[in-house]
Design a protein around this ligand. Structure first.
Ligand SMILES: CC(C)(COP(=O)(O)OP(=O)(O)OC[C@H]1O[C@@H](n2cnc3c(N)ncnc32)[C@H](O)[C@@H]1OP(=O)(O)O)[C@@H](O)C(=O)NCCC(=O)NCCS
Length: 183
């Protein structure tokens, strides 16, 4: 499913539209953007449309486009949701590098967590980052994700094997830090 519109200070989360697909494939053309992603090659336009369509139909995922100043700059979501056990796997890509380092990633993670813990019964968000991805590590930490373990030398990046650090954010931890609030 697609997520509803969520307005933040620096960004807006909104459901994808068909016209986002040509913009989205350009994000995966840039090896700096994909350096720490699992997907490192661009999909075709047709594949991207099919992927967006599959997200809309998937009851176990919630997916948003990230908009800054009216422009689609990235995407974020929760995938592989296990409704019985109450967890899902979060991920983000900000494909427009001009937007990096301005607090967009950090803010969107908080808006996403706020939505999850106030609007769904999920009790845990799982995520991770590849060793060296400092922006992701810091944005996740600021949102309250903590390290749950690591798979050593798990991903091949720029000629070397890097650890995959596994992280998690529990509902209790979020609620303790953000009592009854909207971020
Ligand atoms: C990772 C990503 C989502 C972060 O988004 P962002 O908008 O650039 O992050 P923010 O501006 O909110 O910064 C988050 C934190 O990282 C720090 N940071 C940002 N860029 C950094 C960099 N290049 N090196 C070190 N720290 C950095 C910020 O200072 C901030 O730290 P703080 O909370 O301690 O102040 C974004 O860079 C991105 O999409 N990258 C490409 C795809 C990717 O790697 N996705 C994540 C996969 S796990």
């Amino acid at each position: 499913m697609y997520g509803p519109v969520i307005e933040g200070k620096r960004l807006r989360l909104r459901p994808p539209k068909a016209e986002d697909a040509p913009v989205m494939i350009t994000w995966f053309e840039d090896m700096e953007v994909t350096q720490y992603l699992f997907v490192r090659t661009p999909p075709s336009l047709e594949q991207e449309k099919e992927w967006l369509d599959a997200r809309a139909k998937d009851p176990d995922s919630i997916f948003w486009v990230v908009e800054v100043d009216g422009k689609a700059v990235g995407s974020t979501g929760i995938q592989m949701i296990d409704w019985k056990n109450g967890f899902g796997l979060t991920g983000t890509v900000i494909g427009d590098k001009k937007v990096w380092g301005k607090g967009v990633g950090g803010e969107l993670m908080k808006l996403r967590a706020d939505f999850v813990f106030r609007q769904t019964p999920l009790r845990k968000l799982k995520s991770g980052y590849i060793e060296g991805n400092e922006a992701s590590a810091r944005a996740q930490a600021a949102c309250g994700y903590v390290e749950a373990g690591r798979w050593r030398k798990d991903r091949f990046v720029d000629g070397e094997w890097r650890d995959l650090i596994l992280t998690e954010l529990l509902r209790e931890a979020w609620e303790a830090k953000h009592p009854g609030s909207s971020v």
